[in-house]
Design a protein around this ligand. Structure first.
Ligand code: PBG
Length: 336
């Protein structure tokens, strides 16, 4: 052993990259990014009823909550240091229609939960999803005629939806549909209605992804969905196009932009961060959550470690914040 190894290490020139990794204090000193409670945005699913919670089979550990329980969840989030909630409604089947007009009923489930939380927990930010799939009979994000998704008619319906949400108390309107021109249309309507301080967080680079499967079960659109969303959501083969989408949304007035899904698209987050000087959010979507949960339950990976590592990767990629179903659990853990 004594005269082994024999390799000449002089090519290192004195540099040894392991040197700074030798102790916890030193690893702390050279750590490049942070993960904090304020980086985490919590997506929540609302249902009708009182003291009602229902499980989502494909998202173990996540439940749909009635409005009263949503208010309690909002208090917990605030106390854990979470800055904002992203809210999605599970609209009862009888209120869904081809025209999705429930989307702009000022008394719809979404508006009622926004108002209830704004009233009880005014310190937390409310991000309202605007898209028609949560209200339509066919699960598409746009109005459909002869099998085609109508862009401009859909934008009109979304503008009306955004206005009732802003009136109900939404602080940030988050269009998740990928129609052309929706950011500009929503911005000008908000301004006309006196909501010039309501922000727009645009789902700018949203890909047609299989990873939304569990979400569609959660909001009840999955079993209704006919066809796919590839005429509006992006092709996963592209990322130059994502930069064009983001550039367009910024020009139309978006305050912040989102890349979605998260983990399979870290390259897009990094390209967006390098190219644009706006806040960028990543969405760790339902299928990503399901992969970690089910793999953890099967004993294939250490679940807690996987959650932390996956969330940190978004910060490393350049995201300013992350929409994640782990937000409450992780905000509490990170505060310790
Ligand atoms: C709907 C919407 C979807 C998600 C957020 N908003 C699904 C879709 O576009 O089909 C997915 C979120 C998730 O999977 O966690 N416009």
């Amino acid at each position: 052993m004594s005269n082994w190894p024999k390799h000449d290490m002089s090519f290192l020139g004195g540099r040894r990259l392991r040197r700074t990794r030798q102790s916890a204090w030193s690893r702390d000193m050279v750590r490049e990014t942070e993960l904090l409670p304020r980086d985490l945005i919590w997506p929540l699913f609302v249902i009708e009823g009182q003291n009602e919670r229902t499980e989502i089979k494909t998202m173990p550990g996540v439940e749909r909550l009635s409005i009263d329980l949503m208010v309690e969840a909002a208090k917990q989030a605030r106390d854990a240091g979470i800055p904002a909630l992203a809210i999605f409604p599970n609209t009862p089947g009888e209120l869904r229609s081809e025209s999705a007009e429930e989307a702009y009923n000022p008394n719809n489930l979404m508006c009622r939960v926004l108002a209830a939380i704004k009233d009880a927990v005014p310190e937390i930010g409310l991000i309202a999803d605007v898209a028609l799939d949560e209200y339509s009979a066919n699960g598409q994000d746009g109005l459909v005629r002869d099998g085609a998704i109508l862009n401009d008619e859909t934008v009109d319906a979304m503008v009306r939806s955004a206005i009732v949400q802003a009136r109900a108390g939404a602080d940030i309107i988050a269009p998740s549909d990928m129609m052309d021109g929706r950011v500009a249309a929503i911005r000008s309507a908000l301004d006309d209605e006196g909501f010039d301080q309501v922000q727009i967080m645009s789902y700018s680079a949203k890909y047609a992804s299989c990873f939304y499967g569990p979400f569609r079960e959660a909001v009840g659109s999955g079993s209704r969905l006919q066809g796919d969303k590839r005429t509006y959501q992006m092709d996963y083969a592209n990322s130059d196009e994502a930069l064009r989408e983001i550039e367009q949304d910024i020009a139309e007035g978006a305050d912040s932009i989102m890349v979605k899904p998260g983990l399979p698209y870290l390259d897009v987050i990094r390209r967006a961060k390098d190219a644009f000087n706006v806040p960028i959010y990543a969405y760790q979507v339902s299928g990503e959550y399901a992969m970690i949960e089910f793999a953890g339950r099967a004993g294939a990976i250490n679940r807690d470690a996987a959650v932390l590592e996956s969330l940190w990767s978004f910060k490393r990629a350049g995201a300013n914040g992350i929409l994640t179903y782990y937000a409450l659990e992780m905000a509490r853990k990170l505060a310790k």
